[in-house]
Design a protein around this ligand. Structure first.
Ligand SMILES: C[S@@+](CC[C@H](N)C(=O)[O-])C[C@H]1O[C@@H](n2cnc3c(N)ncnc32)[C@H](O)[C@@H]1O
Length: 302
């Protein structure tokens, strides 16, 4: 076994069996390569990225009913969206405990900067089942879809919640979250991954898995941005587990993507209307084009 694989397996086993969520919360910031969730450190940046992406699609935040999926331990991005003029924001988080202190810190920062805003439009829920049908104009998530085990169930629920003509935007991190080795999790069988290495919430979805499941849930799927790590992928390409060997390397090497999903039939929101003028971006490529020739999609400049 090569040294990198040895190091990877040793650290992944340690992460799985020793670093419980409680220990990670206490020591995580001191561990090399450990990333604290952005929702903890800078939720305003998450909301700004959502607004920027939605703006590129011609969908303004003000007046919209928004649901954020998997917001994490606090509602920070929700408060920031409220400050941008959202009519309401539901912050959905089924697993992470509500960190009341952190939440208060994020809220206080927003109240000081936006004293006239009614932050009571932000509501936290652990389950979506009580939310009415078609009650969201916009659904967003940041670094969540890569952690969702049952995507079929989640997407069916989101299809119920998204109003016809609404838009979903999912910012997805397709890297192995042991960030030093962004693709090493593709070297192991499902059984080895799930029994010994999976930290518990990384089903190893690739972009095309999500796109196919979203399409089955009746969404029109396209990609607004994506980035690849070709060098990182090349470093492990000859060692892929057979489960991944037949898959398109130009899909497997995608490390980040922003998925845009429209609920059929579309049209209620001005998706390609650009109220600020200018030419605006070209329409995002459709799923079918992506599946056939992903490499022709424009690369995001970041
Ligand atoms: C990496 S954290 C991201 C948190 C936050 N969005 C951020 O950017 O900081 C992933 C989040 O997804 C949530 N999650 C996992 N499975 C989920 C599901 N089926 N539905 C909704 N959220 C889920 C987790 O509880 C966790 O809070």
């Amino acid at each position: 076994m090569r040294f990198d694989s040895l190091e990877y397996v040793a650290l992944r086993v340690l992460r799985r069996f020793f670093f419980t969520e409680k220990r990670l919360a206490a020591w995580g910031s001191r561990l090399p390569y450990y990333c604290v969730n952005q929702g903890v450190t800078d939720p305003t940046a998450i909301a700004a990225a959502y607004a920027d992406d939605l703006g590129r699609l011609g969908v303004p935040v003000p007046g919209k009913r928004i649901i954020e999926i998997g917001c994490g331990s606090a509602n920070g991005a929700g408060y920031a969206l409220a400050a941008m003029g959202a009519a309401s924001v539901v912050c959905h988080e089924p697993y992470a405990l509500h960190d009341v202190g952190l939440d208060a810190k994020h809220l206080e920062a927003m109240v000081i900067r936006h004293p006239g805003v009614k932050f009571s439009v932000v509501r936290r829920v652990a389950a979506l089942t009580d939310e009415p049908d078609a009650s969201a104009d916009i659904i967003v998530s940041n670094s969540v879809l890569e952690h969702v085990t049952d995507t079929t169930a989640l997407f069916a629920e989101l299809a119920r919640l998204l109003a016809p003509g609404g838009v979903m935007l999912h910012r997805v991190d397709y890297r192995d979250h042991f960030f030093k080795y962004p693709f090493h999790f593709l070297l192991y069988s499902k059984r080895v991954w799930n029994w010994f290495l999976n930290p518990g919430d990384l089903p190893r979805w690739r972009y095309d898995d999500h796109a196919a499941t979203l399409a089955r849930a009746d969404f029109d799927v396209s990609v607004l941005d994506f980035t690849r790590d070709e060098d990182g992928f090349d470093a492990i390409a000859d060692r892929l587990h057979p489960d991944f060997q037949d898959r398109d390397p130009d899909i497997l090497n995608i490390v980040q993507a922003t998925l845009v999903c429209l609920r059929r039939p579309g049209g209620a929101l001005p998706l390609l209307d650009h109220p600020t003028g200018g030419t605006g971006p070209p329409g995002p490529p459709r799923l079918v084009e992506l599946a056939h020739d992903f490499r022709h999609v424009r690369r995001h400049p970041h």
